[in-house]
Design a protein around this ligand. Structure first.
Ligand SMILES: *[C@@H]1O[C@H](CO)[C@@H](O)[C@H](O)[C@H]1NC(C)=O
Ligand SMILES: *[C@@H]1O[C@H](CO)[C@@H](O)[C@H](O)[C@H]1NC(C)=O
Ligand SMILES: [Zn+2]
Length: 423
């Protein structure tokens, strides 16, 4: 067998097997150690209209349990891709990024801070106290995370710590530095996500100290310059801080047990990006091109951005409620729809109409059927010159047909688990 045949065989194997993961470095620690990230996906390294999730471990050098669990998580998902439906679902529908150790320097000397003796979880820009605004003083590890978030749009994330057993959510600090419950605009959704973790954990939700095993950061102890609040405010990323073991540095023999305690929590948290929330894409009516617009939900002062390339958006929300979701993009008329969010995720695609479009306006008043506008508007503007009574009849008939089709589609989609609507 010659060299080329081997190459050819390898090529075909890679086609069928697919590569599930790639490793890349997002920067270097103070002493020059690469900050390795493992990306797990059916198309690692590619941009897809899918949500992304990141796990970060070992922010504090003396909290190594997260680092160990993240390596196990990466192995487990790759090993079980073909066997376990949850692993398969995550690989196929999420881009999962895993950074096992943000602080390899601290880890190597069993210290909390990095090699410059800075606590990385106090080094981010803060919403209340501009402690860390001086860019030249920011640590390389912190800068690496901030650049990573600029390059990759993450929907949610979690950072693993040790020393307690609780799922912590924003805000982490208060304006007056006192300790009390201080919820962010998405408090309900954060409570929902934190509960997914604690309830899937073997005994986190049984905590005596924290009701249901979850806590608001500021009501536990306020911190400033933390990674969690910065992610939510500047990264568009819903981040939890997970304290996964009371003992910061347990004997290695306990790791398999701790992994088993946390495994379902870690998987379910990532899977929640697909199983719940409102997702979709934003298009322009005129050429059908993706519009990187924004999505807001009535009553929640927070903006979710659609992706620059595919204009997909992923809005995590608490299930069991009705939401008014509005998509907008500069130069287009915003559109709003009501979404009843049950136990499953909902897909809502938006088709926005350019503000200057005049042909479409006329038609919409003719045909108030609330359906098939993309098709009809093209049809109408193209043949505007020779408009006759016949055309109006044809349009009305098309409308009638489309309405029936939409109804049929809605009925069909209700049969499957994820509901889908186009607005
Ligand atoms: C959870 O289990 C671990 C290991 O058995 C134990 O150390 C810890 O105290 C338990 N925590 C709760 C809240 O039950
Ligand atoms: C919404 O949040 C922004 C900060 O993100 C704040 O400046 C603004 O005042 C808030 N608006 C309302 C109505 O609370
Ligand atoms: Zn920590």
């Amino acid at each position: 067998m010659n060299f080329f045949m081997v190459l050819l065989i390898l090529f075909f194997i890679s086609l069928f097997e697919g590569f599930l993961e790639r490793a890349f470095s997002i920067g270097k620690s103070v002493t020059g150690f690469p900050l390795w990230v493992i990306e797990i996906s059916d198309r690692p390294g590619e941009i897809e209209a899918e949500p992304a999730f990141k796990y970060i471990g070992n922010v504090h050098g003396d909290e190594p349990v997260g680092r160990e669990l993240l390596l196990r998580l990466a192995n487990w998902i790759c090993d079980n891709y073909g066997k376990d439906p949850l692993a398969k679902m995550i690989v196929n529908n999420v881009h999962l990024h895993i950074l096992p150790s943000l602080n390899p320097d601290g880890f190597s000397v069993r210290k909390r801070n990095n090699a410059n003796n800075v606590d990385l979880n106090r080094d981010f820009p803060d919403q209340f106290f501009p402690l860390n605004e001086d860019l030249s003083l920011r640590q390389p590890e912190t800068t690496a995370v901030m650049t990573w978030l600029r390059d990759i749009r993450f929907t949610a994330s979690a950072t693993l710590h040790g020393g307690a057993l609780v799922a912590n959510f924003p805000w982490d600090g208060t304006e007056d530095k006192r300790k009390y419950y201080y919820g962010c605009p998405d408090d309900e959704t954060f409570r929902f996500l934190a509960r997914i973790y604690s309830k899937s954990h073997r005994n986190m939700s049984l905590s005596k100290e924290f009701e249901e095993g979850i806590t608001n950061g500021a009501s536990w102890y306020p911190i400033y310059g933390g990674m969690q609040d910065w992610n939510y405010i500047h990264g568009g990323c819903f981040e939890l801080t997970l304290e996964i073991s009371d003992n910061k540095w347990p004997p290695a023999s306990e790791l398999p047990t701790i992994w088993e305690y946390n495994r379902m929590s870690m998987l379910n948290l990532v899977a929640s990006l697909v199983k719940t929330g409102v997702h979709g894409r934003i298009f322009s009516l005129d050429k059908g091109k993706p519009l990187p617009g924004i999505v807001v939900v009535k009553g929640i002062n927070y903006t979710v951005k659609a992706h620059q390339a595919y204009a997909d958006y992923h809005r995590l929300l608490t299930p069991g409620q009705k939401y008014e979701v509005t998509a907008s993009s500069p130069g287009y008329k915003p559109k709003t729809t009501s979404v009843w969010l049950g136990e499953n995720a909902v897909t809502a695609d938006f088709i926005l109409i350019p503000e200057a479009s005049s042909g479409g306006k006329l038609l919409r008043s003719n045909c108030d059927c609330n359906c098939g506008q993309p098709l009809l508007t093209h049809f109408f503007t193209d043949t505007y010159n020779g408009i006759t009574f016949t055309l109006v009849v044809v349009v009305a008939f098309l409308c009638f047909l489309l309405q029936r089709r939409v109804r049929f589609n809605l009925w069909k989609q209700r049969q499957s688990s994820r509901r889908s609507i186009t607005i």
